[in-house]
Design a protein around this ligand. Structure first.
Ligand code: ADP
Length: 329
C-alpha cells in the first residue's frame, strides 16, 4: 500500500438517494481523495436533527446514500464510513469545545442567520452550536485535511480558531488544527436550467433512477430560451444541456452538438435524447453495482458497524487525551 498524505474527514447529512449535483460536487471528490489520503466519511445524522424536514426517514436515507457512495467507488475496506451518532464521544467533545467558543461569533455567522430566516419557528440551540459540533467531528478523528468549497471556508477557519483556543486555554497540543483543502465544487444546475440542482426544488436527476426515468427528466430540461422554433439557431454556450453533454458525452457528440445546434441542424429534443443516452451509458456500471450491493440486505449495516468500530477507536483515544488536558477529575 502506498504511503498516504494524511487523514481527510468529511461529513454529509443523510439526504437519501443522491443526484448528479451530489455526484459531481461531492462524491466524485470523495472517491478521488482515497488515492492520496486515509479517509473518514461520516453521515452526520445529529446535524440533520437541527432541521425538521431532514429527520424524516433518517435510517432509510442513510442506507440509500451509503449505497450510492459505495456504488460510486467509496471503498469501505480502506475508508472509514460511519454514522456520527454511533460514536457518542463526539457529543462530549462538542460540550467541551463549546466552553472555548464565543457565543457572539456563532450567532454572527451568515449560515446561522440564514437558518433563522429560513426556519424562524425553529431557532433551536443546536443550530447555534452547529459549527462547534462540526469542529468536534473533525478534530475527534484528528483529521489533517478537510475538503471544502469556497462557501464552507469560513466554517473551517472558525474550526481552526476553536482548536487554537482550546489548545491555548488548556496549554496543550492535543487537538490538530485542520488544514483546508480548497476544492473547486462545480455548481450543477437543475433541469430548470436556473437553480442549483437539489431535492428540495425537485429539479434533480437521481443517480439510481432507471434509464427511462432519467430520459423523462432529461427531456424536461430547459434549453436556450431564445430558441423557440426547431428552425431557430440555438446557443449552446448558455444551454445547460450542452454543459452536461460536456461532462457525460463522448467528444464527437460534444463537437457535433456545438456545431449543429448553432445552425439548427439538430433540435433540442434530439440533443436531449442524445444526452440521455450518453448519461445512461455512463451511469450503467454504477447502477449495476448499486443493484448488486442493494441485494445484499445487511451489507450497509455491516459496513457502518465496522466503520463505527474503527472510528470509535480513534475517538476514544482522542477523548482520553482531551480529558487529561482539561484535567477532568
Ligand atoms: P449539505 O447541506 O450537507 O451540503 P446537500 O445534499 O445539499 O447537503 O449536498 C451534499 C453535497 O453535495 C455537498 O458537498 C454539496 O456541495 C454537493 N452538492 C449538492 N448539490 C449540488 C449541486 N447542485 N452542484 C454541486 N454540488 C452539489
Amino acid at each position: 500500500m502506498n504511503k498516504k498524505k494524511g487523514r481527510v474527514f468529511s461529513g454529509a447529512r443523510p439526504t437519501g438517494r443522491q443526484h448528479l449535483g451530489n455526484y459531481l460536487g461531492a462524491i466524485k471528490n470523495y472517491v478521488d481523495l482515497q488515492k492520496d489520503y486515509d479517509c473518514v466519511y461520516c453521515i452526520v445524522d445529529l446535524h440533520a436533527l437541527t432541521t425538521v424536514e431532514d429527520t424524516l426517514n433518517l435510517k432509510q436515507n442513510t442506507n440509500e446514500m451509503v449505497l450510492d457512495w459505495l456504488a460510486a467507488g467509496v471503498n469501505p475496506e480502506e475508508t472509514i464510513v460511519f454514522v456520527q451518532s454511533h460514536v457518542p464521544e463526539v457529543t462530549e467533545l462538542h460540550t467541551i469545545l463549546s466552553m472555548v467558543t464565543p457565543l457572539g461569533k456563532l450567532t454572527d455567522l451568515p449560515t446561522f442567520k440564514e437558518k433563522v430566516r429560513m426556519q424562524p419557528e425553529n431557532v433551536n440551540y443546536g443550530l447555534v452550536g452547529y459549527p462547534v459540533l462540526m469542529t468536534a467531528d473533525i478534530v475527534l478523528y484528528k483529521a489533517d485535511v478537510v475538503p471544502v468549497g469556497i462557501d464552507q471556508a469560513p466554517h473551517l477557519e472558525f474550526a481552526r480558531e476553536i482548536v487554537r483556543s482550546f489548545n491555548h486555554r488548556f496549554n496543550t497540543k492535543v487537538l490538530i488544527e485542520p488544514q483546508m483543502k480548497n476544492t473547486v465544487i462545480p455548481k450543477v444546475l437543475g433541469i430548470d436550467g436556473k437553480e442549483k440542482m437539489g431535492k428540495s426544488l425537485n429539479n434533480h436527476i437521481e443517480l439510481a433512477a432507471t434509464a427511462e426515468e432519467t430520459k423523462a427528466r432529461v427531456l424536461d430540461m430547459v434549453t436556450d430560451p431564445a430558441r423557440i422554433k426547431r428552425t431557430d439557431p440555438g446557443n449552446p454556450d448558455i444551454c445547460n444541456v450542452f454543459t452536461m453533454h460536456k461532462i457525460f458525452s463522448p467528444q464527437a457528440d460534444i463537437d457535433m452538438v456545438n456545431v449543429e445546434c448553432r445552425r439548427a441542424g439538430i433540435g433540442c429534443v434530439e440533443c436531449k435524447t442524445l444526452y440521455a443516452k450518453n448519461l445512461n451509458q455512463e451511469l450503467k456500471p454504477f447502477r449495476e453495482k448499486r443493484s448488486e450491493l442493494a441485494s445484499k440486505k445487511s451489507l450497509v449495516d455491516e459496513i457502518l458497524q465496522d466503520g463505527s468500530n474503527r472510528a470509535r477507536k480513534i475517538a476514544q483515544k482522542t477523548m482520553q487525551e482531551v480529558r487529561e488536558a482539561v484535567q477532568l477529575p
